[in-house]
Structure formats: C-alpha cells, structure tokens
Design a binder for this molecule. Structure first.
Ligand code: COA
Length: 194
C-alpha cells in the first residue's frame, strides 16, 4: 500500500473514528429528550427483543408515567440520584441511573445503593460502553466498596445477568415487577461490600 494512504485521509477512505463516546451527568434541560430515549430503549428491549406482549391498556399508562419528562427532571434534580448519558456526535448511545435502594429485598434498605437503570442503544451493545456506565454508577454509589448495591433485572434477561455477574452481582431474591396489571418475575441481584 502507498505509504501516503496509511495515515492521510484521501477521498473515498473511511474517515477516522471520532473520539470515544463521552459519559457525563444528564442536565435538567435535556429531561424530555432523555425520557424519549429511555422509552425507546425500554421498548426495543422488552417489546422488541423479549416480545413481552404487554396489553396496551397496561403498557401505555405505565410508559406515560415511567418515561414522563417530569419523572426524568425529578431524578436529574435529585442529588441522591445519579443520571448519566453516554453520547457520541450529539446522539445518545446509552444512559444509566443509580441511587438509594428501593428494591424489596429482606434485610435491604435505603442505606444500600441501587443501580436502577442501565440501557444502551443496540448499536453500542458489546462495545464496552456498558462497563464504563457501570463504573460511573458504582463510583457514585460506592466509591470505597463499603456499601451493598442491588440491581433488579428481569428473570429472562440473560445478557444483562451475565453482564452484572462480571461485577460480582449474585441473585439474592426476586419480586413481582408491575407493568399495569401484569407482573414480571424480576430477580434482585446483590453485591456486598468488599
Ligand atoms: C445489559 C447491557 C447494558 C449490557 O451491555 P452489553 O454491552 O450488551 O454487555 P457485554 O456485551 O459487555 O456483556 C454481555 C454478556 O452477555 C453475553 N450475552 C450476549 N448475548 C447473550 C444472550 N442472548 N444470552 C445470554 N448471554 C448473552 C455476552 O457474551 C456477555 O457475557 P460474558 O461477559 O460472559 O462474555 C446491554 O445489553 C443493554 O443495554 N441491554 C438492553 C437493556 C437492558 O437489558 N438493560 C438492563 C436492564 S436491568
């Protein structure tokens, strides 16, 4: 190959990849945009990949409440909750939220931390971005590894469970997660202090 083509850009060449996706705290003024993205990643995962088939009368009110702009504005404004976005060239590739535990596990409390949501756009699966978001959330929740951290994950979501296992999370219980009248079987994963 001509040496000049190795390093230089020339017409027809694939442009060099830009910098890595950037992870940063979400801003209050992007609550609506983030809520839309979060709704989309939820639907891709649960209605797309997992084909949950929730009846519309159960799903729609739940979506409206869970992915409302105000719901995202509230968590972004809450100093006890961390909300981060991963973006590249101005587009979201993922987001993550973490805060005090609300999962119903015997012996657990709000003194424990909870990774509440971690979702990537499908194009970013397997890219390492989930690990960077996870590290960001764990650094916020538990910088010195002194706290128990919990995660709720759908029992059938084997990919996410494999991913969380890599960080030392093991199944500690389960509960029924309500989507309208539907109840999903949800595992509670736990990682204790070091
Ligand atoms: C969960 C999520 C954040 C993980 O990020 P990721 O980039 O996909 O994770 P990785 O590719 O690094 O790791 C996934 C693991 O699952 C494995 N895996 C891939 N596809 C799988 C499948 N269909 N079934 C089981 N395991 C699978 C991978 O081999 C890897 O396991 P390993 O570490 O033992 O090799 C991402 O997949 C995602 O956003 N999923 C949709 C939203 C979601 O489910 N969020 C979690 C809600 S609790």
């Amino acid at each position: 190959m001509h040496a000049g083509l190795v390093h230089g850009a020339s017409p027809g060449m694939t442009p060099a990849r830009g910098p890595e996706p950037r992870i940063r705290p979400a801003r209050l003024d992007e609550a609506a945009r983030l809520a839309d993205f979060a709704r989309g990643t939820f639907l891709d995962t649960f209605m797309g990949e997992f084909a949950m088939g929730y009846p519309e009368e159960d799903l729609n009110p739940w979506l409206a409440e869970s992915f409302a702009e105000q719901a995202f504005a509230a968590i972004i404004a809450d100093p006890r909750t961390g909300v981060w976005v991963a973006e590249h060239d101005g587009a979201y590739l993922g987001y993550c939220t973490a805060g005090d535990n609300t999962l119903p596990l015997l012996g657990a409390s709000a003194a424990d931390g909870e990774l509440k949501r971690l979702y990537l756009a499908r194009s970013a699966f397997g890219s390492g971005l989930a690990g960077r978001l996870m590290a960001t959330a764990l650094a916020f929740l538990d910088p010195e590894r002194r706290r128990t951290v919990l995660i709720g994950v759908w029992s059938g979501n084997l990919r996410a469970q494999r991913f969380y296992a890599r960080y030392g999370f093991v199944k500690a219980g389960e509960y029924a997660f309500p989507v309208g009248r539907v109840r999903d079987r949800e595992f509670i994963l736990r990682r204790g202090p070091a």
